[in-house]
Design a protein around this ligand. Structure first.
Ligand code: URA
Length: 440
């Protein structure tokens, strides 16, 4: 087989065979196919698309390009979750302990943030000492003994995706549905999940801006999972405004702790309960008609009893984190400067623009523009309004947590554009737009 032939066939809109896709992925992973040919192939895929069969083959080829985590000795039926990335999305920090506390063990590998979307690992690292790098043996032992693991992706998991993703990033080929779907699902398949809950974000603070586009991405991922023998649920959730109030690493950990203690913003609490209930239902392999309602009642029970909070505490302790930061969140990193930005006029909040809020937090140093950038765990923004709220002039719109005056001034510029207040009443945004099931 020759790389130029595979590239040419895709360039001309033909459907590649399973063998061609496997050969190309293997060749690129093993450095026999150079970046310039892989780049040409990615652009051909970007422009011509892929059939469902090709997308599935690409996913499996990438999932099989490295090690696979076998959780079966410790979790007979493993459930995982994945978010396509949003602003203020700290759902994993809440949902995972709830599921584990409700009796289904969970081992999740999370990623770091890049660009406007935050990453769970960065959030966790605002807890002093928390170890995100665990060996496979440590993961298995911890699941057996504690029923919960939350760590980083090991380098050997789906290495083909790591290589392709870095190339896509610099060749303007990221935003292709088959490439995104295969990238996400290859890592999930390699991480050993039997069932997966996907939280597909849609809106101005997400990859996908339109519901129909997000629905298509979700359906492609659900189909890949089902073809691979996994049970799947995909939620299409709103990302036009930030989720919860806190955006920024330590601020989000604090909000997750508050939520597990029974407080926290209502939208975040509801979102976490829904994701956790889907995970619990799938993890129990419960297909009864009322399985979701019972799972939701159970995750609500462990939230209200404090068992979910105790599970987070246990997780932090066993992974070496300073558990005093969980008990007393005031000990989490705190920024030197705090400034309240007021609501400019009375009316109704029409827009709390997630991307502008994300850009403000990036300016403050909470995220990365490039992979190598370091982040400041303490900085971020607290968002005091939700779309649909009635607001008065002068009430707090945002509280900015900053460590640098110049950065604070730039963040203020973004935030002043983020909140749009009008005279017309505005309906609150729905938390979810749709649920797609692939688990019959
Ligand atoms: N997240 C991934 O892991 N891959 C993509 O291509 C996009 C988002």
């Amino acid at each position: 087989m020759r790389a130029t032939d595979v590239i040419a066939r895709k360039r001309d809109g033909e459907e590649l065979t399973t063998e061609e896709i496997r050969w190309f992925v293997k060749g690129y992973t093993e450095d026999r196919i150079p970046d310039y040919q892989a780049a040409a192939w990615l652009m051909a895929v970007y422009l011509r698309g892929m059939t469902r069969r090709e997308t599935f083959d690409l996913t499996v080829a990438m999932a099989e390009s490295g090690d696979r985590l076998d959780l079966s000795p410790v979790i007979p039926y493993a459930v995982d979750k994945h978010s396509t990335g949003g602003v203020g999305d700290k759902v994993t920090l809440v949902a995972l302990p709830l599921v584990a506390a409700a009796g289904v063990p969970v081992a999740k590998m999370s990623g770091r943030g890049l660009g406007f979307s935050g990453g769970t690992l960065d959030k966790l690292e605002s807890i002093a000492g928390y170890r995100v790098v665990l060996s496979d043996d440590e993961i298995l032992r911890q699941v057996r003994e504690h029923g919960i693991v939350l760590c980083g992706q090991t380098r050997s998991l789906a290495p083909a995706d790591g290589k392709f993703y870095a190339l896509r990033d610099v060749t303007a080929t990221v935003s292709s549905l088959p490439l995104i779907a295969s990238s996400i699902m290859s890592k999930k398949l390699a991480a050993g999940a039997n069932a997966i809950v996907l939280d597909v974000k849609v809106g101005v603070g997400a990859f996908m801006h339109q519901i129909e586009e997000a629905r298509e991405l979700a359906q492609i991922m659900v189909d890949i999972g089902v073809s691979a023998g996994r049970r799947m649920v995909a939620l299409l959730s709103d990302m036009n405004q930030p989720l919860g109030q806190a955006v920024g690493n330590a601020l989000e950990v604090r909000e997750a702790i508050e939520t597990l203690r029974g407080g926290g913003p209502a939208d975040l609490r509801e979102h976490c309960l829904t994701v956790a209930a889907h995970m619990l239902r799938l993890g129990r392999q419960d297909t009864a008609p009322d399985a979701f309602e019972r799972a939701r009642a159970d995750v609500l029970g462990v939230l209200e009893s404090g068992a979910g909070f105790a599970k987070l505490r246990e997780l932090v302790e066993v992974q070496g984190g300073d558990v005093r930061m969980v008990d007393e969140p005031d000990r989490l990193p705190r920024a030197r400067l705090q400034e309240v930005i007021p609501v400019p006029r009375a009316g109704f909040a029409q827009q709390v623009h997630a991307l502008h809020v994300a850009q403000a937090t990036l300016e403050l140093g909470a995220g990365r523009e490039k992979k190598e950038d370091s982040i400041d765990p303490a900085v971020g923004v607290i968002v005091h309004c939700k779309v649909g709220d009635r607001v008065e002039a002068g009430q707090p719109a945002f509280t900015v947590h900053a460590n640098d005056e110049a950065r604070l001034a730039r963040a203020r510029g973004h935030l002043e554009r983020a909140l749009v207040v009008g005279d017309e009443e505005s309906a609150p945004l729905p938390p979810f737009y749709a649920t797609i099931y692939g688990d019959d």
